[in-house]
Design a protein around this ligand. Structure first.
Ligand code: GCB
Length: 572
């Protein structure tokens, strides 16, 4: 087990963060049973003594760093190891080992002693290592991590292992991982690893809820303290210039106190006169002020992230969805600063058969949801939780499954709307009834009526209206789009040419403009950039629906969307 941690490791005068990123030793366990590492207890000795090792950067996914398809597509345990000395900053203090994400299953040892296990990628976990460091008395320690990327029918996201039993065609023991989602199942220690040294009594979690009345803002905070109790705690709010703006306040009668309060933990209310509300960026607007809440008690690939944000800015876009899993904390911090709206998605994609809705799946889905909301609820940029992408929402089991998942999301956060991204026909869907916002994916002119963009106007309008007529909830078109290979041209257009990509998108716009007057509250193109997927006949070296290539260069379609967004921004 591991501690679920909501807070990003950030240094302060009382808290030091020691990064363990860099080159680790690495080996894939490609033994026939994929289990030599556990049978031979590789964690008990230096990894280099039990077999060959290579250098592996942490954080990274190991797949694209390999030179053979077998290693790139490896399924099973990947072993990581590095050494570290107990940091001086942790001496006689609380020490926690923090993993921002390991995909999918992780077991962690220090000097052969198991200190944590965790299931589920894209979300953080921690282990208290104060005792281990204390006993080490300054001696160097060995940190070993085994990470397994195998997906089964009851993991979130699910997958299955298919054994090829025809020995005339496949070597014995040949098996592949199949998944029902459209992106490469990248694996390994894919986000930073750090040791957090803090006081013995420390802030484990903070929940912030905000509201306003006329020009006054209210900030409710609720602080979870671990490792003991505190007698006093300093709470303050700073505006972006660093000025303190407010202190404790009394709640006016007409504002409801959020329900998730515990009388045991420090909590309170801050009043902000003449509040400047956070607001997404637009052509003529800058994002609203981002206030910083300070609490003093006693007690990834940054380059790509920045480039993608500047592409969004160039496009004039004001929102993205973290399809199909939670993105890094750094990405959300950036969205807060830049005024970009985020629809945050749980890692639940590819729930397509009855056995993906069993008890174990449900438990893991709820766990991931708790970890997610716990981690991200204090970000102003997060406007909605998306609980899954394209589940088989037509199945009777999906109805009771999602009733529970959605109720849990509402219980965990009663301030934000909840959605599930649907792709089944409105007539057979059983999940939209529970949603605050109905989200749908639709590929007219691509998967439906391939090669016929002229039908889009009618088909799309009809479909969107059908969802609204049935449920009377706001609707978002969460995905639409076409694939194009950058530089492939054709007149008249054919699928996969840049011209077809343009034409297909252009046919959507009049429908968006019309339905926006009635119920459509968002349009999201799939996808910002081309991306890697499992190999298959529908994919041309990956999914080519990007406005930009994987190297972040624009296709013609990018200019079309930019013109549209600029026009919409000007009009608003
Ligand atoms: C979808 C999925 C997305 C795929 C996309 C496509 O509906 O949500 O993961 O990549 O379609 O291009 O097929």
């Amino acid at each position: 087990a591991a501690i679920v941690s909501g807070l990003q490791p950030l240094g302060s005068e009382s808290r030091q963060v020691v990064q363990l990123d860099g080159l680790w030793s690495f080996r894939l366990d490609s033994s026939p049973g994929r289990n030599d590492g556990f049978e031979q207890a590789w964690y008990k000795r230096p990894l280099s003594e039990t077999g060959p090792v290579m250098d592996m950067p942490v954080p990274s996914s190991y797949n694209d760093l390999m030179q053979t398809p077998t290693d790139r597509d490896f399924v099973g345990w990947a072993w990581y190891e590095r050494r570290f000395r107990p940091p001086m900053a942790c001496h006689a203090r609380r020490a926690r080992l923090h993993f921002a994400s390991v995909h999918y299953y992780a077991v962690v040892w220090i000097d052969g002693l198991e200190i944590a296990t965790h299931e589920g990628g894209h979300l953080p976990f921690e282990a208290d290592i104060s005792g281990v460091l204390f006993q080490a008395k300054g001696r160097e320690l060995r940190l070993t991590v085994a990470a397994n990327n195998t997906l089964t029918p009851n993991t979130i996201p699910p997958g299955r292992i298919i054994y090829m039993n025809d020995t005339s065609r496949y070597p014995i023991g040949y098996f592949v991982q199949e998944v029902d989602f459209d992106f490469f199942n990248y694996a390994g220690i894919d986000r930073p690893v750090s040791i957090i040294c803090s006081s013995q009594v420390y802030i484990q979690d903070i929940m912030v809820t905000t509201t306003f009345s006329a020009s006054v803002g209210f900030v409710f905070y609720n602080i979870s303290i671990a490792g003991g109790t505190v007698t006093s705690i300093f709470v303050g709010l700073r505006d972006p210039k660093g000025h303190h703006v407010a202190g404790d306040a009394v709640l006016p009668d007409h504002i409801c106190r959020p329900s998730l309060h515990s009388s045991l933990s420090p909590h309170g209310l801050i009043k902000v006169p003449n509040v400047s509300l956070w607001w997404p960026v637009g052509l003529n607007t800058t994002p609203g002020l981002l206030y910083t809440l300070e609490l003093r008690g006693r007690g990834y690939d940054a380059v790509t992230m920045v480039k993608d944000a500047s592409l969004l800015g160039w496009l004039g876009a004001n929102a993205f969805r973290t399809s199909h899993y939670p993105y890094s904390e750094q990405t959300l911090d950036m969205a807060d600063r830049q005024g970009i709206l985020v629809i945050l998605e749980a890692p639940a994609v590819g729930l397509v058969t009855v056995d993906n809705f069993g008890k174990r799946s449900l438990e893991q889905h709820l766990t991931a949801l708790r970890e997610l909301i716990n981690r991200d609820r204090n970000h102003p940029s997060v406007i909605m939780w998306s609980l899954a992408n394209e589940p088989a929402s037509n199945l009777p089991v999906a109805e009771s499954y999602f009733r529970q998942v959605i109720a849990e999301a509402h219980r965990l956060d009663d301030t934000r709307p909840v959605t599930v991204v649907l792709n089944k026909d409105v007539s057979v869907d059983r999940v939209a009834q529970f949603l605050d916002v109905v989200s749908v994916n639709a590929y007219f002119g691509w998967y439906h009526a391939s090669g016929h963009p002229e039908l889009i106007g009618q088909q799309l309008g009809h479909m969107l209206s059908a969802w609204y007529t049935k449920h009377h909830r706001p609707v978002i078109l969460m995905e639409y789009g076409a694939g194009s290979v950058a530089g492939l041209h054709s007149l008249p257009s054919v699928m996969f040419s840049e011209e077809y990509h343009l034409e297909l998108m252009r046919k959507h716009f009049p429908v968006f403009d019309e339905k926006r007057e009635e119920f459509l509250v968002g349009e999201m193109l799939w996808n910002l950039v081309d991306f890697n997927t499992p190999q298959g006949v529908k994919r041309v070296a990956g999914n080519r629906k990007g406005l930009f290539t994987r190297n972040r260069q624009p296709k013609m379609a990018a200019f079309l969307l930019r013109d549209r967004y600029m026009r919409l921004n000007n009009a608003s």
